[in-house]
Design a protein around this ligand. Structure first.
Ligand code: PEP
Ligand code: MG
Length: 902
């Protein structure tokens, strides 16, 4: 990132607005928006993400930054009537990180910048409170020492504990000014011993170092891990907000809190939040002291409470969405420190979107942008069975919904270790902090004994869609002894517990789970219109109806039996996009395929095929019946033949043992020879797909015959079968032409014999780079293309999924080579560009070419948007993902162009 001469790197809060998140970060943009709305925001300014990018790229702040900051600081000092760190009446500022996307607790913040040995006295006089001034100074050295100077935070914590211990008190507030003075001295000594330098006394130096530390924290381990989890690009950088300090710790008429304009768990309107009297902001978010419900503020300070309610209404109407807020009251004066469109649970997202439509604040297209397919997928998770016999041992705050069962672990290291060996774990902590992120990711659910809905555990778990119960105060968590005690029950590490993030209940042992009401609704077992309909189901029903109304992409299912097909239909599938016929050759039928492979003569082969034909036909009749009136794309056999034969090692041992016993088994010997003949080093690129059809006489024609006869039978039964025959792994049009000719002959023969006109479409998968590159030619012989993005990803990247996912994908993800596996979300630049070109070339040859995708990407939210954009006609995915694909197809169609779908 190079700097441009006229670039402006610093914006006063009065200069920005909420649309400048790229430049000012979310926090800075919203502080500016609130300032411009006339809300009480402490004055300040924002250093842009561009400045951060210059610094991260070159290791130096942009040359112009220093002077720009000086100019803004001068203006701020003038407005406040005091100077940064001025000895008799100091201006103090906070230096806070703030990226485009919220990354709670992942980057650094330093408060009370401007305090020094000189100005601490001034602050004491100004506030009329010596204890407060020394407490603020000790907080500064502690935070600055840890985040800016890199001193081990434990050293400060230990000194604080020692001071409390010496005085025989348990809480910080019991330390008086003299104790805190001593503590400051000790902290300064720690800084000197650990870093070899004195704690900086010059206020501007403090500020500049803190800004640099915030820039650096963008690339801290915690931040990087969080970004990967949340798919936040690594090159955005963070802005830095410099804001005049207001104090919530100036006595009982001060305090700090967090509020939501509506309940982030249910979406209901009301007063939701936590308040902590006589405290600074970080105390609430860290969940260190227990807060009171926000409603209590009405009793404590009615004037501020009423003002806050008024502001919350202004914000919700202005943002047209649920907002969350951080505020501070300094001696009866309310200050807004932050607002943003609030994170919410998946269920609340659906409810709020429909509530806002009903309130006339947003329209249906906007409602679709307020929910995501990932949230819908979360709502389809099972829940605990209400009728199960359970042993409830405690209850906390329902912080993030879901039903999680796992073995109790009490530290992140064990959580990661056990989950790597396949165990499901519940991470139990007194409270979590950013160092627990690894363990939180590894765990099925998170349980804490302290902290409210806005504690670190709750905020992060909600962001990850992970079940969380927090603030379960009756739990006594003993991390050292790896156990917890709840009302006399002892839970040791490894004991199974179940936690319900929707009710906050904690159970001992494994509680059985049942399907979610949303799945019951999709299954047709629960009706959205019924009088007692679940509020959530009603909201999902409405949003799905909006999506179905606007979407252009059709949604089909990957299914190969009638049961899956029927479920897919209930879930809204408009056809089958991929029936993998190899699944019909397993189980008892495997031996028939074995006979086919072992056949030495034409007669033997024909006999084997004859035996398979009626079975295949029956499968197709059932499938066409289940999907009557809807298209069903049947793919001819794809996998390499060795998949139908016994394992090579097992068989070799069997033959060797038999030989040793002189007990020859002719069939085993023939089998072993066939296995050797068909054994492939790289089966993904070997004898499979259309290549099989071309070298095994009669195989594909048997399948085509079965399809044609099944379709004829369904037509005769007054059904409406709409079969499409799909040839896999085609690389050149010649392959397709040969198979096509043979297929057409068989179809014509069946039509003549049965007297039924079949109209079977013939098409191909595009799953090899050569097919994509010659799509224009291939379209001459294909009535439709279905992109097989699983194989296309493997062949474009040159790696086989089974091998690479286990061996080096984690390293690639860690190194940021890809943010997400290309098997999960389509690689737009590589695989995607082949798809785009093939769409264009195919349509140029055959304007009415039907285009779909049946790789797993068909059910991935981000990929669905891509397929919409390149103009496919449909996506096909597993039955369970159909609602997600329908929703995302609707979101893609309703999305204003150029906007971010996140
Ligand atoms: C594909 O390659 O994307 C595909 C759908 O085929 P399969 O996964 O069965 O190879
Ligand atoms: Mg494939």
């Amino acid at each position: 990132m190079s700097e441009n001469k006229d670039q402006k790197f610093v914006y006063d809060f009065t200069e920005g607005n909420r649309d400048l998140k790229d430049l000012l970060g979310g926090k800075g943009a919203n502080l500016a928006e609130m300032t411009n709305l006339g809300l009480p925001v402490p004055p300040g300014f924002t250093i842009t993400t561009e400045a951060c990018k210059v610094y991260l790229g070159s290791g130096e702040e942009p040359a112009a930054l220093r002077d720009e900051v000086s100019a803004h600081l001068d203006a701020l000092e003038q407005r406040m009537g005091k100077k940064l760190g001025q000895a008799d009446n100091p201006l103090l500022v906070s230096v806070r990180s703030g990226a485009k996307f919220s990354m709670p607790g992942m980057m650094d913040t330093v408060l009370n910048i401007g305090l020094s040995d000189a100005s601490v006295e001034g602050l004491a006089k100004q506030a009329g409170d010596e204890r407060f001034a020394w407490d603020s100074y000790r907080r500064l050295i502690q935070m600055f020492g840890k985040t800016v100077l890199g001193v081990d935070g434990e050293l400060f914590e230990d000194a604080l504990e020692a001071a409390k211990h010496a005085k025989k008190v348990t809480v910080d507030t019991d330390l008086d000014a003299a104790d805190l003075k001593k503590l400051v001295k000790a902290f300064k000594k720690t800084v000197k011993t650990e870093t070899g330098r004195d704690f900086p006394q010059e206020p501007r130096e403090q500020m500049d170092l803190a800004v640099r530390a915030v820039f650096d924290s963008w690339n801290g381990d915690r931040a990087k891990l969080y970004r990967r989890q949340e798919r936040i690009p690594g090159d955005l950088g963070t802005a830095v907000n410099i804001c005049s300090m207001v104090f919530g710790n100036l006595g009982p008429d001060s305090g700090t809190g967090v509020a939501f304009t509506r309940d982030p768990a249910s979406g209901h309107q009301g007063v939701y939040g936590d308040y902590l009297q006589n405290a600074q902001g970080e105390d609430v978010v860290a969940g260190i002291r227990n807060t009171v419900a926000l409603a209590e503020l009405e009793r404590i300070d009615k004037k501020s409470y009423d003002q806050l309610m008024q502001i919350m209404e202004t914000l919700e109407t202005h943002y047209k969405d649920l907002c969350d807020i951080e505020f501070t009251i300094e001696r009866g004066q309310l200050w807004m420190l932050q607002t943003r469109v609030g994170k919410r649970t998946a269920g609340a997202a659906f409810r709020i979107a429909t509530q806002l439509v009903d309130q006339g604040l947003i329209d249906e297209a906007e409602a679709l942008q307020r929910v995501t397919g990932a949230q819908l997928a979360q709502l389809m998770f099972p829940r605990f069975d209400e009728n199960a016999k359970v042993e409830k041992i405690g209850r906390g705050i329902a912080a993030s919904p879901g039903a999680a069962v796992g073995k109790a672990v009490f530290d992140s290291y064990t959580a990661v270790k056990w989950s790597r060996s396949g165990e499901k774990v519940i991470l139990i902590r007194r409270e979590t902090n950013p160092d627990d992120l690894d363990g939180m990711i590894a765990a099925e659910g998170i349980l804490t004994s302290r902290g409210g809905k806005t504690s670190h555990a709750a905020v992060v778990a909600r962001g990850m869609g992970k079940t969380c119960v927090c603030g379960a105060e009756e739990l006594e968590v003993d991390t050292k002894r790896r156990r917890m005690t709840v009302n006399g029950t002892v839970v040791e590490e490894g004991d199974v517990v179940s936690i319900d993030g929707s009710t906050g209940k904690v159970y001992l042992g494994e509680v059985p789970v049942v399907p979610s009401p949303v799945v019951e609704y999709f299954e047709g077992r629960m009706h959205a219109g019924a009088d007692d309909a679940d509020e959530l189901v009603a909201a999902v029903h409405r949003i799905m109806a909006y999506a179905d109304r606007v979407r252009r992409l059709r949604v089909r299912a990957n299914a190969d039996n009638a049961e899956d097909a029927l479920r897919a239909r209930r879930f809204g599938a408009q056809g089958i996009g991929l029936c993998r016929t190899e699944h019909m050759f397993l189980g008892e039928r495997r031996e028939m395929v074995e006979k086919l492979i072992l056949a030495d003569t034409d007669e033997e082969r024909e006999e084997a095929l004859k035996a398979l034909l009626p079975l295949q036909k029956k499968d197709f009749v059932e499938l066409f019946e289940a999907m009557d009136g809807l298209p069903v794309t049947v793919r001819l056999l794809d996998p390499p033949l060795h998949e139908f034969l016994p394992d090579i090692t097992e068989l070799s041992v069997r033959v060797a043992l038999a030989e040793a016993r002189k007990d020859h088994n002719e069939n085993d010997l023939r089998l072993l020879q066939a296995v050797h003949r068909l054994h492939e080093q790289n089966p993904m690129l070997g004898l499979r797909g259309v290549r099989l059809g071309l070298v095994i006489p009669g195989l594909f024609t048997m399948q085509v015959r079965a399809i044609a006869e099944a379709a004829a039978e369904r037509k005769n039964a007054k059904g409406d079968p709409r079969a499409e025959i799909m040839i896999p792994l085609v690389g050149t049009v010649q392959e397709l032409e040969i198979v096509r000719e043979e297929a057409e002959e068989v179809i014509a023969e069946v039509e003549a014999r049965t007297g039924v006109e079949l109209k079977l479409a013939l098409g191909t998968m595009i799953e090899l780079p050569r097919a994509a590159l010659t799509a224009g030619q291939i379209a001459e012989a294909a009535e439709f293309f279905s992109f097989g993005t699983n194989d296309l990803t493997q062949t474009v990247w040159g790696f086989s999924r089974d091998d690479v996912e286990a061996s080096f994908f984690t390293a690639y993800l860690e190194k940021g080579i890809f943010g997400v596996s290309p098997f999960e979300t389509i690689d737009k630049d590589g695989v995607g560009s082949l798809v785009r070109n093939a769409v264009e070339a195919g349509r140029a040859t055959r304007p009415d070419l039907k285009l779909g995708v049946c790789g797993e990407h068909g059910g991935d939210p981000e990929s669905v948007h891509f397929f919409h954009e390149v103009g496919l006609d449909y996506v096909s995915c597993s039955p369970f993902r159909i609602p997600v694909a329908r929703l995302e197809a609707g979101r893609a169609a309703a999305q204003p162009s150029g906007s971010d779908s996140r």
